[in-house]
Design a protein around this ligand. Structure first.
Ligand SMILES: Cc1cc2nc3c(=O)[nH]c(=O)nc-3n(C[C@H](O)[C@H](O)[C@H](O)COP(=O)(O)OP(=O)(O)OC[C@H]3O[C@@H](n4cnc5c(N)ncnc54)[C@H](O)[C@@H]3O)c2cc1C
Length: 379
């Protein structure tokens, strides 16, 4: 792809940057692991997403008739970069925006597009993803939550686990077994489930941090209209792959900016903070590790560009997104490990920048300047 921005892309970036400067909310200062505070934090994030939507900045590359901006995927990437550069709070409806929305646009019926896309963009309806089960994790095609046809409904029984955000979601992208007679990848169907349907129980899983980001979902004779099937009955595996490809392809550009800012701050701190009596920046072994993090980040940046190129060429995310997702998990883990070693006991101090920590899950504050990072294309 041509990495030089077009005049339209330049003015898009400038316009959005100005809008962000005028509209970004004050950083969240509460403790998101405390339950009461957590509710307030969710309200804070919901209000932010509504503001972004009302400003005309939600669903950058989505069709205008469903509430999107009708712009290009490059402009969507610029949006992600600018959000990360400004250390803006995340949009609360992550699964809706990155997974449910793009998949409904690709394979949904006209009725589904009209019904679901706009409330998803405004954050009025939050989505979760019901794929994993206690006995179907990596091998999700082995799932056994059963949906049996009863007239114009499916009746669902079974259990899901690790369902992020289910405790405050109104909708769920749910994979169910509709035919168990053939190979496991066949006979799966994807349903758009209303979380308020009778028979749905959400049980939060408490983590050691005190937070409950994940949930178990139980289905007891839950009735879902056949009109809620996304894609074709028994062909949900193809839909699931589209959902996951969208998730992977969407994440690179903004994340690179965030990680690069963390890295730059780590370099600054390594020059002044002594771990084990020695500044990390003067230690030859630590210097090697910092250099390795820089190399990891460059590879991540190039892979993000590669994934974006694929989507901008034919509108469909490709396997590059899988490399990207695996790559960024490992890059981030290694970067944080290096940060802990470089900062020594200082790494245990929560000198967060007014709650900005919770926006990006950084291990330390990111208070440094927001100078544009050299990202996937020329700024
Ligand atoms: C932050 C986070 C958010 C998540 N949110 C959601 C969500 O919203 N919705 C949802 O449905 N799920 C969600 N998940 C669940 C996630 O998708 C599962 O963790 C994943 O499917 C793995 O399943 P598992 O934990 O049962 O591990 P397993 O599948 O049991 O794997 C355990 C280990 O065995 C390895 N392994 C598995 N199979 C093989 C094999 N054949 N050969 C060699 N090694 C193997 C794996 O690599 C892993 O190291 C989330 C997970 C995380 C970490």
């Amino acid at each position: 792809m041509n990495l030089k921005p077009t005049p339209e892309e330049r003015s898009f970036r400038e316009e959005f940057r100005k809008w962000l400067q005028a509209n970004i909310p004050a950083p969240w200062t509460g403790n998101a692991s405390n339950e009461e505070d957590n509710k307030e934090y969710l309200n804070y994030l919901s209000a932010w997403q509504r503001k972004v939507y009302e400003g005309g900045w939600a669903g950058i590359s989505w069709p205008k008739e469903y509430g999107g901006r009708g712009a290009s995927v490059n402009e969507q990437a610029i949006f992600n970069e600018e959000m990360a550069l400004a250390n803006a709070p995340p949009l609360i409806n992550h699964i809706g925006l990155a997974m449910a929305g793009p998949t409904i646009i690709s394979v949904g019926t006209e009725e589904q597009k009209k019904r679901y896309l706009t409330p998803l963009l405004s954050g009025e309806e939050i989505w979760c993803q019901g794929f994993s089960e206690p006995n179907s994790g990596s091998d999700v095609a082995s799932l056994s939550t059963k949906a049996v046809r009863d007239g114009d409904h499916f009746v669902i029984n079974g259990q899901k686990i690790w369902t992020s955000y289910a405790h405050y979601s109104s909708m769920c992208l749910l994979l169910v077994r509709t035919d168990a007679s053939g190979p496991k990848h066949k006979g799966i169907t994807c349903l758009l489930l209303d979380m308020k349907s009778p028979g749905v129980t959400v049980r939060p899983l408490k983590q050691m941090t005190g937070e409950s980001g994940f949930n178990e979902l139980f289905f007891d004779n839950v009735r879902v209209p056949v009109s809620q099937v996304l894609g074709a009955i028994d062909h949900g595996w193809k839909v699931a792959i589209t959902i996951l490809m969208n998730e992977r392809a969407n994440s690179g550009t903004g994340m690179y900016v965030t990680y690069k800012r963390i890295f730059d701050e780590l370099i600054e701190r390594s020059r002044v903070t002594a771990a084990a009596g020695r500044k990390a920046g003067s230690d030859p072994v630590m210097r090697q590790k910092l250099a390795q993090s820089y190399i990891d980040l460059e590879i991540f940046r190039l892979n993000a560009t590669r994934a974006l190129t694929k989507v901008s060429k034919d509108g469909v995310p490709g396997p590059e997104g899988s490399i990207l997702k695996l790559g960024y998990s490992e890059t981030y883990q290694r970067l944080m490990q290096t940060a802990m070693e470089a900062l020594g006991p200082h790494a245990q101090i929560n000198d967060f920048d007014g709650g900005q920590f919770s926006h990006n899950a950084d291990a330390f504050s990111i208070s440094s300047s927001l100078a544009p990072a050299p990202c996937c294309r020329d700024q």
